[in-house]
Design a protein around this ligand. Structure first.
Ligand code: G3P
Ligand code: MG
Length: 252
């Protein structure tokens, strides 16, 4: 059941693209997220050795490509020699690690009008200059979609907020109440992205935070229903198509 007197406001964010049925963080995954009409797309950004913004989850390329090594030690050209889809299924062997610019162009081409959630992966390495690079790219053109920055590292969010005063900055965190409350009271943080267990264990707390909440990673039908019932601002899910179907069922 949804709250009796409210419409569901919860937006569906495709985690690393449509991660359930495409190789994560590839153009194929983002194309699928748009096809199933996810209102939001989440991706992860690192910096290469030659200071290019690239979209991949791990610090190392080992898990999701046929290469080895740290993203920060490889140039974009070196990274592009490896393919990023076969580990998932042979039919995606043409996929490469995309640059952020390539993803933005794809979203534009597909007429995406939703929210791009750019997770900045400065939790292991600082990637000096990544905030300037990001904000130059994101403000270079009037994209039709809006973007927000999410990050586990609050220093990165503070820097991005100083560079782009109008941008939404989202604090990514596990479920420690202390961190969540600190995020809720920081003026450079606009919204909180806690691990799902936070909202399920402390629904009252989730309701009284003065900032929008988006939960990750909400994959089961039960969790989706619980998140829609709490009417959080968003869920970040590997199953955007299923999430849309369930939300429509509840709304009917
Ligand atoms: O945005 C939520 C989620 O992406 C954070 O964790 O490790 O999947 O990037 P991770
Ligand atoms: Mg992420």
């Amino acid at each position: 059941h949804r709250p009796a007197d409210q419409d569901i406001q919860t937006l569906i964010f495709a985690h690393r693209g449509s991660k359930c049925n495409r190789p994560e963080n590839t153009l194929a995954a983002f194309r699928e997220a748009i096809r199933v009409k996810a209102e939001g797309v989440e991706l992860d950004v690192h910096l290469t050795a030659d200071d290019e913004l690239v979209v991949i989850h791990d610090e190392k390329i080992d898990r999701t490509t046929n290469g080895k090594g740290l993203v920060r030690k490889l140039t974009l050209a070196q990274l592009k020699r490896f393919e990023a889809g076969s580990w998932f299924s042979p039919e995606y062997s043409d996929e490469r690690v995309p640059s952020l610019r390539e993803v933005l162009d794809l979203l534009n081409e597909l007429d995406f009008k939703g929210v791009l959630n750019i997770e900045v992966k400065t939790d292991h390495y600082d990637y000096p200059g990544i905030e300037e690079k990001l904000s130059q790219l994101m403000t270079a053109e009037p994209w039709d979609f809006t973007h927000l920055y999410s990050c586990f590292n609050p220093d990165t969010l503070a820097r991005l907020k100083a560079l782009e005063p109008e941008v939404e900055t989202s604090y990514l965190t596990y479920n420690r109440l202390k961190n969540i409350r600190r995020g809720a009271s920081s003026d450079f943080i606009a919204s909180i992205h806690p691990r799902k267990s936070f909202a399920f264990k402390h629904p009252e707390e989730a309701g009284i935070l003065n900032k929008p909440i988006r939960l990750w990673t909400i994959n089961s039908e039960m969790q989706m229903r619980a998140a829609f019932h709490l009417n959080v601002a968003g869920i970040i899910t590997d199953y955007p198509e299923k999430a849309r179907r369930i939300r429509e069922e509840i709304e009917r």
